[in-house]
Write a protein that binds this ligand. Structure first.
Ligand SMILES: Cc1cc2nc3c(=O)[nH]c(=O)nc-3n(C[C@H](O)[C@H](O)[C@H](O)COP(=O)(O)O)c2cc1C
Length: 326
């Protein structure tokens, strides 16, 4: 299928997640059911200033599925220049993403992220400028307080040439709290067929199916995959045993260490190990130990203990949402 000018196998995508969607994580999800992934949001100012940390975030591998590089900035010239730096690196990204969704003050304060929702003219200039570089442009934004304002903003982006607009159904004021509004996503998908992607509270296969029934072209999995890293596969009908889940996380631990070094690997591993250990016997204690582990080596030991103590039940995505039912 084609979504937003990019050929993908299914509509299931890994959302951009700062601090999470690093190379080993993207690779893991590329191999576990995601059809497209995103980088973390990349500062165009950092790209132009030659910031080493920013460039580090642009490392890719040949094992990844189509990948969007998500940019942020407060000026259209800056964003286009940042995108040109990316192109000059010679890395084959499938599209440019633009962050018009991040509500955090350190991003909005200087006019980037969700601040662009208040400046549709500038948002449109950014999209037009990026379109001139020849790759598909995917915008990620949020719902406004008022549905008409949301639809008007999407219209501005569409007229500027955006190939895809993903709507997170929470307002900027809500940040990541409360329930994501699906109705506005449905209305937008209805009004702009073929253009809208969905984000917000995608935690089960039913959530995915509901967004698909609205006509969304892609569904972006975010915190849901931290609760259950196998959600992509489960939607495709592939359910792993607890032993299988932990075995894959162990493999991930080695790859993350190889690609990102011990410190970053430990941080990433803690994000996923906690949720996967949930269904081993004695999970509360194992998870406590996992969270306080001071090395990847120690964390692997804990995961191996979890892999030896399971009841071989097959857990579904609904089970994975429940807290401590072991
Ligand atoms: C830790 C974290 C980091 C995020 N980083 C980004 C980001 O870099 N760019 C972006 O567009 N959205 C970012 N988001 C928003 C998510 O992509 C997603 O839209 C949001 O979490 C709503 O989906 P959910 O309710 O399923 O988690 C982030 C969210 C979280 C929780």
């Amino acid at each position: 299928m084609i979504a937003g000018g990019i050929e993908i196998e299914t509509p299931l995508c890994l959302a951009p997640l700062a601090g999470v969607t690093t190379l080993p994580v993207r690779e893991f999800f590329s191999q576990h059911g995601a059809s497209l992934t995103h980088t973390e949001m990349i500062s165009c100012a950092g790209l132009i200033r030659d910031n080493a940390k920013t460039f580090d975030m642009l490392k890719v591998s040949e094992h990844e599925k189509p990948l969007i590089v998500q940019l942020f900035g407060n000026d259209d010239t800056l964003v286009v220049e940042g995108a040109e730096v990316v192109l000059k690196m010679g890395v084959r990204f499938s599209g440019f993403g633009v962050n018009m969704a991040c509500p955090m003050p350190k991003i909005t304060r200087n006019g980037s992220g969700a601040a662009l929702m208040k400046n549709p003219e500038l948002a449109a200039k950014m999209v037009k400028g990026l379109k001139g570089l020849g790759l598909p442009v995917w915008v990620k934004t949020r719902k406004f307080e008022n549905d008409d304002d949301t639809l008007r903003f999407v219209e501005v982006l569409a007229e500027a040439g955006a190939d895809n607009v993903c709507i997170h159904g929470r307002t900027c004021a809500q940040r990541y709290e409360g329930v994501a509004d699906r109705e506005i996503v449905r209305k937008a998908a209805d009004r702009f067929p073929g253009l809208i992607g969905a984000s917000g509270d995608v935690k089960t296969s039913e959530d995915i199916r509901e967004y698909l029934s609205f006509g969304c072209v892609e569904i972006m999995l975010a915190r849901g995959i931290i609760c259950n890293p196998y959600m992509f596969e489960e939607f495709g009908g592939h359910v792993r045993t607890q032993e299988g889940r932990l075995a894959e996380i162990l493999k991930f631990s080695y790859r993350a260490e190889e690609l990102s070094g011990e410190h970053k690997a430990l941080v990433l591993l803690k994000r996923f190990a906690g949720s996967v250990l949930k269904y081993s016997r004695g999970s509360a204690e194992l998870r406590r130990q996992a969270m306080t582990a001071d090395s990847v080596y120690r964390l692997r030991e804990i995961i191996r203990t979890g892999a030896m103590n399971y009841d071989n039940r097959i857990y579904t995505d609904r089970d994975m949402l429940k807290e401590d039912n072991v």
